[in-house]
Every structure is written in structure tokens, then in C-alpha cells.
Design a protein around this ligand. Sequence first.
Ligand SMILES: Nc1ncnc2c1ncn2[C@@H]1O[C@H](COP(=O)(O)OP(=O)(O)OP(=O)(O)O)[C@@H](O)[C@H]1O
Length: 242
Amino acid sequence: MTTCKVNSLVTESGAVECKELVKRYKQKLVLDQFTASFPEGKITGLLGQNGAGKSTLLKIIAGLTQPDHGEARVFGERTNWKQNQDITILSDRTKWYEHHTVLEAIKFSKVLYPQFSLEKAMELTQFMKLDTDQKVNTLSKGQESRLYLVLCLARNTKLVLLDEPFSGIDLISKEQIIQAIIDYMIESPCTLIISTHEIHETEGLFDHAVFIRNGANVLSGDVEYLRSTQGSIETIYRGIYR
Ligand SMILES: Nc1ncnc2c1ncn2[C@@H]1O[C@H](COP(=O)(O)OP(=O)(O)OP(=O)(O)O)[C@@H](O)[C@H]1O
């Protein structure tokens, strides 16, 4: 497949604008002039194979790591620590609240984040079928992923970055989580960027897609437009990474 960028049909301004981001770890080039726009109020799938640079990119957008070159702007501002209250990031390596119960983890989040909604957290906890009295360190991987998602979504930030929220989760749980995200977006619209290499199950979730290969944006655009011109997201993905 040829490398190209598709102009999005979405007219909203980019909530996140990345320009010529370069990131190296020692000699390894991880982001290579990465440039992309992530539309406001939409769900963007950040798609790519293992090691493509997805997590690194999300960390730069969240201001957790700095690029060597280029810039990321979130709602018009260069990423900085002050935006912490406006950005939620769910990292696949996050380990939170291990000795707390689910309810204690929720209450602790309320202390940490002023905008955190206890009401929304309890609603999501019920939907995700989590036992509020269970200790976090006894949760299965799938239950743990559900809890992290509850804690992220209840923070009510304008930008939510979910790094591999579906990894290690069974199909039914995945579908429930996807439904929870869709419901959440209807009730509390925000800008959501989700990194994943699980295209098949998540295809219907995305409004916008960015395909990253070897740290570069090789294709991006409105999902409906991509589908109408190039086929399903899964077909496009196979074409890019085969
Ligand atoms: N702190 C680090 N130090 C050194 N190398 C790193 C570091 N973080 C990431 N890398 C390397 O950067 C490359 C991109 O990693 P990254 O985690 O961003 O990819 P990814 O697309 O999120 O992968 P996956 O889908 O497997 O999670 C990989 O080769 C990884 O080994």
C-alpha cells in the first residue's frame, strides 16, 4: 500500500496536533517525523503493530515524556505539566491502588482528581460488574482493566488516552467495555484516543483512525471516508502491515 494521508471530512479542529515528532531511545528511532491531527470530540484509533511507537506517542501527548524534536499541542497549548488535570492516560503498564478495594480505589481517585465523579464511577462499576469490596490485587486481568477504565472515564477530562485498554481481555468483556465507552461518549463527550492492534473487535468504535508504522503516520483520516474509499479498517490494516 502506498503511503498517503487522507484529508479528514471532519471539520472540527484538532484537539491534539502533533508536528514532526521525533523520539529516540539511545540510537533507536521510535518516532520519525510523526505528524497527525486528532479531531476534537471524536474517538480516534491509533493503530499499529507491536513496537510501532503508539505508547511513546501517547506519553508525549500526555506530557509524560518529551520529544527530541517537534511538538505536540493539546487544545492549542504545547504539552506541559499544568495540563495534567485536563488529560487522563490509561497506560498498559499502570499499577494502581493494589492494596485498596475497588471502592477505596474509587474514593482515592476522588481525592486525587477534583473533577472525578463518584456518581459516574459507581454507575460504571455496576455496568462493568465489579465488586466494590474486592481487593484490587485479587482482580483478574480483565476485571483490573475494567476498573482502570472506570477510574479513567470518571475523571471527566476533555482528553482521554487509552493505551491498549483491551489487551488480555476476553471477547465478551471487550464488547462490554466498548459499549461502556460508546455510552460514555454519548453522555459525556470528550476526545478519546485509543491505541490498539486489535482491529477486528474495535473497528466499529472509531470515528477517525491514525495508522502508525515505524514511528511515522502512514495513513490517517475519517473512518467513514477511509471505508468508502479503501475498504474496512481491518483490510487497510492488513494492507499496511502485511
Ligand atoms: N523507555 C524506553 N527505553 C528504550 N526503548 C524504549 C522505551 N520505551 C519504548 N522503547 C522502544 O520503543 C519502541 C516503540 O515502543 P512503544 O511502546 O512506543 O510501541 P507500541 O506501538 O506501543 O508497542 P506495543 O503495541 O507492543 O505496546 C519499541 O522498540 C520499544 O522497545
